[in-house]
Design a protein around this ligand. Structure first.
Ligand code: AMP
Ligand code: GLY
Length: 407
């Protein structure tokens, strides 16, 4: 049995915590949320404070620290934990720049020969304007730094593209990629990488992919329409060369490499890298993972992934539908009461932006819940997720009605 300290407080962490608790690991979580409170011991520390995390890991007797979100990674929490001699699943601050800086990620991809959108880093409005005109519409303008999934504007409106560039300062302007998007997660130990099931995330807030970009409004896996060798292709073209390049630079990547990909008519292209599990995709992907999670993450932390047997997956499909607070991704209405149906074996709720007020579960963030359904195929899983969601009482909430629907 492993004692795990899990850092974070969202839906991704609740899904990770659920998978870890399923194999009876002792779980400590900081800071956690009410969903995680039923799975382990919560500690109210700042997950971005390296010293506080190390102290807690020692006090809890943690064998493994799992870093959920990007902010502690960029703050160097994984470095501090490893320096303290404790195994850590999560990249160093230097390696997390793959997510923390879009310009850095582009540089690594160029050096590694990884297919991605042509892009220019722009520091001034004049450079941004020139880049927009070079690539033409639709325009893609990305804030160079971390922006919680909201730093990207894709628009045919040149003025809106310019305004986003001006508001961000340093931006990456890039060519528009058409084609379906896929999220492929790879568990990495610096040298070896093991793919999880490809998943698809629904980034836009409204049905039919209308409205603004969000952190993700739902997801499903596996992808019945994707080629069978998709994961192998992504490993060969994207993940393995990226790991080799990061090693060559002296900053090996240990943790979860999330490749956001567009399958364009000209082949696969990386849209973005993240240095952590994606949310909500993780909620669907881990729902199908049959192999206990803790030994996999521990092997990655120790550089021993090559010794693990292949991962085992449940048959069927998983769908997660996000229930968000009205107003998200703008200013969400917070504080609304939330009542959840009991979890059952093929449908359950994951808590993301929840808190407690006078003992009552309330919304405390834009994405409040993920409702997961399992089924023998995608359609059955989708029906199960929406049936379970219909039992959630959250008057201030909304969700997309087309997650996992044929497109
Ligand atoms: P990112 O934060 O880089 O993942 O971008 C968020 C979302 O913006 C992506 O999931 C895409 O839907 C969209 N996007 C980003 N880059 C491009 C691109 N080059 N072409 C088309 N859409 C893009
Ligand atoms: N699902 C998108 C993300 O985690 O960034």
């Amino acid at each position: 049995m492993t004692t795990v300290l899990l850092l974070g407080s969202g839906g991704r962490e609740h899904a990770l915590g659920r998978a870890l608790a399923a194999s009876a690991e002792t779980l400590h979580v900081a800071p956690g949320n009410p969903g995680l409170a039923s799975l382990g011991t919560l500690h109210n520390i700042d997950a971005c404070d390296p010293e506080a995390v190390v102290a807690l890991a020692r006090q809890a007797g943690a064998d493994l620290v799992v870093v959920g979100p990007e902010a502690p990674l960029v703050a160097g929490v994984a470095d501090a934990v490893r320096e303290a001699g404790i195994d850590c699943f999560g990249p160093s601050a230097a390696a997390a720049r793959l997510e923390g800086s879009k310009a850095f990620a582009k540089d690594v991809m160029r050096a590694a020969g990884v297919p991605t959108a042509d892009a220019r880093v722009c520091e001034t409005p004049e450079q941004a304007a020139a880049a927009l005109d070079a690539f033409g519409p639709p325009y893609v303008v990305k804030n160079d730094g971390l922006a919680a999934g909201k730093g990207v504007v894709v628009t045919t409106d040149r003025d809106a593209a310019l305004a986003h560039a001006a508001a961000c300062g340093r931006v990456v302007v890039e060519e528009f990629l058409d084609g379906p998007e896929v999220s492929l997660f790879a568990v990495c130990d610096g040298t070896t990488a093991v793919p999880l099931l490809p998943a698809q995330d629904f980034k836009r807030v409204g049905d039919g992919d209308a409205g603004s970009n969000t952190g993700g409004m739902g997801a499903y896996c596996p992808l019945p329409w994707a080629p069978d060798d998709l994961a192998a292709e992504v490993m060969a073209q994207v993940v393995d060369p990226t790991l080799a390049e990061m090693r060559r630079r002296g900053t090996p990547f240990t943790g979860l490499l999330y490749a956001g990909l567009a399958l364009t008519s000209r082949g696969m292209r990386v849209v973005e890298f993240n240095a952590r599990f994606g949310d909500p995709e993780t909620q669907a992907v881990l729902a199908l993972l049959a192999t206990p999670l803790a030994p996999v993450l521990l092997a990655a932390a120790r550089g021993e992934l090559a010794e693990l047997p292949p991962l085992a997956w449940r048959d069927g499909a998983a769908v997660v539908v996000v229930e968000a607070a009205s107003g998200y991704p703008g200013a969400p209405v917070l504080g609304g009461s939330v009542e959840l149906p009991a979890d059952v074996s093929d449908a359950w709720t994951i808590q993301a932006g929840t808190g407690l007020a006078d003992g009552q579960l309330v919304a405390s963030g834009g994405r409040v819940l993920g409702v997961v359904g399992l089924g023998e195929d995608l359609e059955a899983a989708r029906e199960r997720a929406y049936a379970h969601l219909s039992q959630v009482r959250f008057p201030d909430g909304f969700h997309r009605t087309d997650i996992g629907a044929p497109h």
